[in-house]
Design a protein around this ligand. Sequence first.
Ligand code: MN
Length: 307
Amino acid sequence: MRLWVFEEWRIGVSVGDDPEWLADVTDMVPGAGSWPPVHMNALVADLPRLGPVLARQAREAGPDRRHRLADLQLLPPVPWPSKIVAAPVNYRQHRDELSAAGGVYAGQDIKTVMDYGLFLKAPSSLIGHGGTVQLPFGNRRTDHEAEIAVVIGRTARNVRAEDAMAYVAGFSGLIDFTVRGSEDRPFRKSFDGFTPMGPCLVTADEVADPGHWRFSLTVNGAVRQDGSTERMILDFAHLVSLASYHTTLYAGDIIASGTPEGIGPVEPGDRVELEVAGLGRLAVGVDSAPAPATEIMGDWAAPFQNR
Ligand code: MN
């Protein structure tokens, strides 16, 4: 099942395998229409019961409830999770490229998720397919990181890896935008728009083998990243286990699973597209900030702007 969030946090469901149309099932989702838009979290938690109801509603929806995806403003498929947990350096090839000669952190001793643990991104950094990322610091390198997001389906605390996938509601594409530099990861990765997610949530029952999953990212049509989940240091199950030991995970929580090699800078005007086999295509634009940091905050902020 494919779940979409669009316009004013309305909920859509794909009809069968149709890639171009969705059925609006918002009226069937408890809590829809209120703010903050946490009804998707509740929907995900209730998916075993509500999923078949929504699927039937989608099949029976009349023309007035069917919308062409190309006509809709899409939002992240979980717009208001309690948290985004993220894995730093979960692919060895990515670690190697960071510290290699000419790399972003050339000569530095870059470690992996087993050394760094996990970090958090602000949920307010989420945007959907078709959104735009604004680069906060025009002079500083900001990179794309192609990733796959896990969406948690029910409360998970101290879950062992062998049981962990039963807590996963589904998957989505995710781009973890990152300002390079010395500040802590949550600062450099939590700017508004820095977590594009989508285009939709694909439920776990539609994903045959998350351990062998190809995904690629292009900038202006040129391939930058071409990865496979085979090469993760911690696979999805172990990430869920570790995250559930760190914090209680709630339905709708997102785990960004790390990026393979090929990260690189983006510039205003770029178009970044992530394609994950079976999950669809997530495309966003890149723009500059409306004003330099010093113009908004004052000259004291110059070290952030020019670092
Ligand atoms: Mn990342």
